[in-house]
Design a protein around this ligand. Structure first.
Ligand code: KIV
Ligand code: ZN
Length: 518
């Protein structure tokens, strides 16, 4: 494996826990963040941006705990250009073996004038002051020009030069609003490399958002132009259309090493399980046709393709499923399948669960197998998402009975375990069975939220298929997603709503002032 000093080695800077978590609806509690951080270290990322310590006590604590936990990865905290932000980041990072402060300020005319309401000269000075202050607290400082791709080249080159002079070792040029295109970004970075006199003293980094679906292409163009750090997230999670997807960048570099001779330190065989973990924890499903980690990414359905695959896998497969940690087997489980086969199946699907979690999922698998003849891979994935990731929930689903049908009124009897106490609501009415179920949840756990999305999807085919329900709720501008799966659509709905409420409880602890947006 190449070392970080190899000129063609690309540093993978993962920001799932910071930019990824800023996606509306994606929120993680401390334990969940630690699980993701551990998975990222196993994946082999070089830098983990663990949060924005000034944003809230929760963010501070998660950066601090990640810093205590991990041994081999550089832990990074984000800070605006003010001393308070930088001090808070340095404080949170104190326990880290290897640490980095990432400080940023917007440099585009639009952002400087309307958002910051600062003159360019004041921004230039703020860059010098912030980087100098950060360097007094930490050897490894990264500086970012927010909205970099819409900044004026002369000004940008001058502030980059000043940031490097003040001690920044990494210069990140974000495409904050996902506006650039590959050829333009490549040219933009090449100009910076040619015009900033001290650019050889820093590593250039790219950070691309996906508003036009170009985040990965732009990031790779940046690498071609000499960037040796890519900022990205698992599953492309992030604000609006998300960030560049780590798995796509890494597999593009690996699969097309002939065209792009660059390496990373990623253990690609751990990609699938990391993707599944992030999806389950955030409640953001991965679209089936998503490159690398989508359920269909390695599926061959048409006769011609299947025939070709049987003759030679290379006919339709440019990388092997095993290279991303997917060991597809055709084994379908049923009610006679034992623990051993079940554990093997979990492993083949890329799940890495602790013993207790395996037991919980196995119990639900047995219940499912009693109701459904064949249990497919997608059933098991839905069960894991719905079971193993819920261990820290304050509100837990216990049971539900609904009276439905054309004679109304529809009513729900519901039991929930709320912080260790089982509570029961009986005969709660609603306009239909789903409404009755959600009203029963409100009766047991009073709250006011806006329901923005209620969506039902069959996990597999057939009338005995599990339903996977997604619910999105909003409270005071904070949005969360919840998911639930069951062969009974109403039980899945209750589970999804309860999951969303648990996420909202986590989110309530966080402040999200608009001025902190990055
Ligand atoms: O998109 C962006 O500009 C950012 C910076 C803070 C790096 O996330
Ligand atoms: Zn960003």
């Amino acid at each position: 494996m190449s070392t970080v000093n190899d000129p063609n080695r690309v540093i993978i800077f993962d920001t799932t826990l910071r930019d990824g978590e800023q996606a509306p609806g994606a929120s993680m509690n401390l334990e969940e963040k630690l699980r993701v951080a551990e998975a990222l270290e196993h994946l082999g990322v070089d830098v983990i941006e663990a949060g924005f310590p000034i944003a809230s006590n929760g963010d501070f604590e998660s950066v601090n705990e990640v810093a205590k936990l991990l041994k081999n990865t550089i832990i990074c905290g984000l800070a605006r250009a003010g001393r308070k932000d930088i001090d808070r980041a340095a404080e949170a990072l104190k326990p880290a073996k290897q640490k980095r402060i990432h400080t940023f300020i917007a440099t585009s005319p639009l952002h400087m004038k309307f958002k910051l309401q600062m003159e360019p000269a004041a921004v230039h000075q703020a860059v010098i002051d912030s980087v100098t202050h950060a360097r007094n607290l930490c050897d490894d400082v990264e500086w970012s020009s927010e909205d970099g791709t819409r900044s004026e080249m002369d000004f940008l080159c001058r502030v980059i030069e000043a940031a490097i002079k003040a001690g920044a070792r990494t210069i990140n040029i974000p495409d904050t609003v996902g506006y650039t295109v590959p050829s333009e970004y490549e040219q933009f970075l090449t100009t910076i490399r040619n015009r900033v006199p001290n650019i050889d003293k820093a590593r250039i980094s790219v950070h691309c958002h996906n508003d036009l679906g170009l985040a990965v292409a732009n990031s790779l163009a940046g690498v071609q132009a000499g960037a040796r750090q890519v900022e990205c997230t698992i599953n492309g999670l992030g604000e609006r259309a998300g960030n560049a997807a780590l798995e796509e960048i890494v597999m593009a570099l690996r699969t097309r090493a002939d065209a792009m001779p660059y390496t990373t330190g990623i253990t690609t065989e751990n990609i699938m399980k990391t993707s599944r973990l992030v999806s389950a924890i955030t409640g953001f499903p991965v679209q089936p046709n998503k490159a690398i980690v989508g359920a269909n990414a390695f599926a061959h359905e048409s006769g011609i393709h299947q025939d070709g695959m049987l003759k030679h896998a290379g006919t339709y497969e440019i990388m092997t499923p095993a290279s991303v940690g997917l060991n597809k087997s055709n084994l379908v489980l049923g009610k006679h399948s034992g623990r051993h086969a079940f554990k093997n199946k979990l492993r083949d699907l890329g799940f890495d669960l602790g013993d207790n979690a395996v037991e919980d999922v196995f119990r639900r698998f047995k219940d499912l197998a009693d109701k459904k003849k064949d249990v497919f891979d997608d059933d098991i994935i839905a069960l894991v998402d719905d079971t193993a990731m819920r261990v820290n929930d304050i509100i837990k689903f216990v049971s539900l009975r609904v009276v439905a049908g054309s004679f109304g009124p529809q009513t729900a009897d519901l039991e929930l375990d709320i912080d260790g106490t089982v509570k029961k609501a009986v005969g709660v009415k609603g306009d239909g069975p789903v409404d009755a179920t959600f009203n029963a949840i409100k009766a047991l756990f009073p709250h006011e939220v806006k329901l923005n999305l209620y969506q039902v999807q069959a996990v597999t085919q057939g009338t005995d298929a599990q339903a996977e329900v997604t619910v999105r709720i909003e409270e005071n501008g904070r949005t969360v997603n919840g998911q639930g799966a069951d062969t009974d659509t109403l039980v899945a709905s209750a589970r999804a709503y309860v999951n969303a409420l648990n996420k909202l409880l986590v989110k309530r602890e966080k402040a999200a002032p608009a001025a902190l947006s990055a």
